[in-house]
Ligand binder design. Sequence first.
Ligand SMILES: [Fe+2]
Ligand SMILES: [Fe+2]
Length: 135
Amino acid sequence: MTPVHWNPYLSVGHDGIDAEHQSLVDLLNALIARIDEGGDYANMSDCLHRLMDQTATHFRHEEEIMERADYPDRDYHCRQHASLMDEIRAFDRELAGGKALGPEVTNFIREWLIHHILKTDMRLGGYLEGREAAE
Ligand SMILES: [Fe+2]
Ligand SMILES: [Fe+2]
């Protein structure tokens, strides 16, 4: 499966958020590579856990930023984060139960992440830029 390429069009205009998104893309690409190689359980599990941990940390950072900025749409945004974490935990349970991860898992995470960045995070980035401009 082709890796995800970081593109400037994925930038939401906030350096910290953009840097974390790039790390998530790197970790997702590592998982795609492990799955393509038909990696063993320990390898896949390690990759999935690193992606899961970094995603949780990134979501927490965005949620702190939204809180501080009094972002009006944060409930909806946080619900989206919670729903991806639920999906990733379900993949992890399947893996722990002996089911190998296939490309449908990385496809799902890839589509979710790109869609979330382009729609939901982009709206947050625009709001933060607007606030900065008003200060
Ligand atoms: Fe987000
Ligand atoms: Fe994000």
